[in-house]
Ligand binder design. Structure first.
Ligand code: ACO
Length: 431
């Protein structure tokens, strides 16, 4: 609530001096603290915020999350409505441009993406330089960085037109990079991109085409992948978006910046959790073992993977949509028996005081792995399936950063806790 006087009065008890600093959008500017000094040569007050628990790093108009109420919106539109009504590229256009496209704008955007689906031939040789069992996320990271070598024009990061060209390339090429490595790791020949198909339909063909003369895209699976891609397209200032912005702020090109974001997503605390959910369900094995497992969780011997979130203290809206999608996928692939264990885990957890009092609800990763597995994916590739759609979010965050006149190279401060000045000690005097 605005009270008419949007300021904060601070009394520095060290000096008894009073300061008044503005409050805007529910925040004070950390730089406004710098005037608070004990003497003219004092550096000035800083704020200390490891892990950015309470620091806004930017002003952004892309994604809104209200974790307490379980709300996620891209450019103001609720995720549920976008997942229900849109194709992935329509949402990508929205995230990048701020408005839903007209039919003509979407057709043009799709045509631009489709013209860029191919990757340089050398990329195949780079992929072939890896062992057959290389982790797909490490390979994706490397091949994204490699794209930088083929597009030196991408260095013109201050030119909005040029940025747009590279963004189209990144969104278009990331499924091709992923699919080529998928085929290589299975000893299968590459399937070149097919611009006559949808974004996800083409991805499915590049992954799964066999000897049949024409690959038939299953529309249920295509739609399910589209929905999963929409749900993962952006999530405001998460670890990988922050990596994209931080690296991008040095004016590094978007390919190496996206490689850094991919590296951040690779971590098990970020994009890797869906893989852990699957391992947990395997370990539980059957519904009878659930009560004992829940007891272990409550006794703090285990975590219930796929539950809890730093921001959502309510049902993750993405988890709800994924659960509905799962039912449709299973009609095609057959039911993944792990779903019964997951449903029962959720039922027990949501009625148990331990989880209720801590506001622990299923997150996006609780059901996504079960769908991916039903589609025949191995757990190692799950995070790649997250990275492909998230490329859109990373690119939008990067483009917003580059167009923001308030932004500069990202460079946090530190509180130095090491030694004060000391003189060099010759080796024979040490120890
Ligand atoms: N199982 C059991 N207990 C849990 C769980 C869980 N999954 N998550 C949190 N808790 C408990 C904590 O032990 C803590 O209890 P206490 O207050 O009695 O000590 C309380 O709930 C609060 O949890 P924190 O760890 O403080 O919450 P934080 O915001 O730091 O952690 C996180 C969030 C990392 C997601 C955590 O919930 C977790 O580890 N979940 C499992 C892993 C997972 O599913 N990660 C995917 C997140 S979604 C994504 O990144 C795409």
């Amino acid at each position: 609530m605005t009270m008419g006087n949007d300021t904060l009065t601070i009394i520095d008890n060290r000096t008894n001096i009073t300061y008044t600093i503005p409050i805007k959008d529910g925040a004070i500017r950390a730089m406004d603290l710098r005037q608070i000094k004990t003497s003219p040569d004092d550096f000035g007050l800083m704020s200390y915020d490891p892990a950015f628990m309470n620091t806004a790093s930017c002003r952004s108009a892309i994604t809104f999350i209200d974790g307490d109420r379980g709300i996620l919106r891209y450019r103001g539109y609720p995720i549920e409505q976008l997942a229900e009504n849109c194709r992935f590229l329509e949402v990508a256009y929205l995230i990048l441009n701020g408005e839903l496209p007209t039919a003509q704008q979407l057709a043009q955007f799709e045509a631009e993406i489709k013209a860029e689906l191919g990757v340089p031939e050398n990329i195949k040789r780079i992929i072939e330089g890896f062992r057959y069992d290389a982790h797909p996320m490490a390979v994706l990271c490397s091949t994204l960085a490699a794209l930088s070598t083929f597009y030196p024009d991408a260095k013109k990061v201050r030119d909005p037109q040029n940025r747009r060209k590279q963004i189209i390339r990144l969104i278009a090429k990331v499924p091709t990079l992923a699919a080529y490595h998928y085929r290589y790791s299975r000893g299968l020949p590459y399937v070149d991109p097919d611009p006559t198909l949808s974004y996800t339909g083409n991805f499915m063909k590049m992954l799964w085409k066999g000897l049949e003369p024409t690959y038939e895209v299953n529309p249920v699976i295509e739609r399910a992948l589209d929905i999963l891609f929409i749900l993962h397209a952006d999530h405001e200032q998460n670890c990988s978006a922050n990596a994209m912005r931080s690296v991008g702020s040095s004016e590094a090109d978007p390919y190496v910046s996206a490689a850094a974001a991919t590296a951040a997503l690779f971590g098990p605390l970020h994009g890797g959790a869906n893989e852990q959910v699957l391992k947990m369900l395997d370990e539980i094995g059957s519904v009878e073992n659930i009560p004992a497992f829940i007891e272990d969780v409550k006794n703090r011997k285990r975590l219930l993977m796929g539950f809890g979130h730093r921001i959502y203290k309510n049902y993750d809206p993405r988890a709800r949509i994924i659960k509905q999608t799962a039912d449709r996928v299973f009609q095609v692939t057959g039911r993944n028996p792990k779903l019964d264990i997951a449903l029962e885990l959720e039922r027990i957890a949501l009625s148990d005081e331990y989880f209720i009092s801590r506001k622990l609800y299923p997150n996006v990763d609780f059901y996504s792995g079960i769908i991916y597995q039903a589609l025949g994916f191995q757990p190692e590739i799950f995070t790649v399936l997250f990275a492909i759609p998230r490329m859109t979010g990373w690119c939008a965050q990067w483009d917003e950063l580059m167009g923001d006149p308030e932004q500069k190279i990202a460079r946090p401060r530190q509180i130095y806790i090491g030694h004060g000045h000391r003189d060099f000690v010759p080796m024979d005097k040490r120890g």
